[in-house]
Design a protein around this ligand. Structure first.
Ligand code: NDP
Length: 252
């Protein structure tokens, strides 16, 4: 019964990701620089981020333990990679944001919670129940090695890119500048590019469908947003570097 529900949810997940991808080209998600009126009540940005991301930390862990329990297995490594990312995103990143008083629509928070519960369930249930075939040999398999390499490279790019943005606000103001250095030389949103590499890497390292679904969702969210950011930079700064692309160096 639950297995059938899980399979249906996987299919639905891919379809909804495609719809989200198209929709976000038409309507930018109203948070950060694209915040605007008309999206209902709001919440302060920092607690909003914590609330949004906390289900990603908890749901996967609960679903994982609900499966095979706490017994050691190689799939623990996948859970650890996931938690490294999400513990940072939930408990460190929101406290480094530099725009006091910035509000986020509660609607965005609710959507993010819904997605993180869904995603945590899909991947946690996979790791705890459906994934039975990993052995220690998997850690020398090229898919794991390349996937883990991609995951950590993406994380380094993402952290560096966000750090550059935080530094632009060192004086405590709310102004925007033109970020420089690292991959900003080639793209407007290396933080999104890094995030995308991370989850593509996780999908490759785990070689599973819910991992792929998460990578597809990340692209559906971040590619349109990067294009919107890129257009915004070009409109706002006459001197914006012409050779910069939005999210994929030299391509897009
Ligand atoms: P943004 O790049 O829009 O903003 C990140 C922070 O930097 C914000 O505080 C923003 O301020 C500030 N900032 C951005 N550009 C500038 C600039 N030019 N000058 C000064 N300050 C700037 O990222 P998001 O807020 O969309 O995302 C934050 C993190 O969360 C990223 O690492 C992203 O990868 C991740 N994320 C992951 C998603 C997923 O699907 N896995 C979905 C969304 C985000 P302000 O708020 O005032 O614009």
């Amino acid at each position: 019964m639950e297995t059938h529900f899980y399979e249906v949810l996987t299919g639905v997940g891919f379809v909804v990701a495609a719809l989200v991808f198209v929709t976000l080209f038409l309507v930018s998600a109203p948070y950060g620089r694209h915040t605007r009126r008309g999206w209902g009540p709001t919440v302060n940005e920092t607690p909003g981020w914590v609330l949004m991301e906390l289900p990603a930390v908890i749901t996967i862990a609960v679903c994982f333990v609900w499966g095979h329990g706490l017994a050691w297995s190689p799939v623990w490594i996948f859970l650890i990679l996931w938690e490294i990312h999400y513990v940072h995103r939930t408990f460190i990143f929101p406290f480094r944001l530099r725009r006091p008083g910035r509000k986020t629509p509660i609607l965005i928070v609710l959507f993010a919670i819904l997605f993180n519960v869904f995603n945590g369930y899909m991947n946690g249930r996979y790791l705890g129940l459906h994934a039975g075939e990993y052995t220690l040999d998997w850690f020398t398999d090229p898919r794991f090695v390349a996937g883990a390499g991609l995951f950590f490279s993406g994380m380094a790019i993402n952290l560096h890119a966000d750090q550059v943005l935080f530094k632009l606000r060192q004086n405590g103001g709310a102004e925007y500048g033109i970020p420089q250095g690292g991959l900003y030389r080639w793209i407007s949103c290396p933080n999104y590019f890094g995030e995308l590499l991370e989850w593509m890497g996780w999908a490759l390292a785990t070689w599973c469908l819910p991992g792929l679904l998460f990578a597809v969702w990340t692209a559906a969210n971040l590619v349109p947003r990067a294009i919107t950011h890129h257009r915004w930079y070009r409109e706002r700064f006459a001197e914006y570097p012409a050779e910069r692309k939005a999210i994929v160096p030299f391509v897009w």
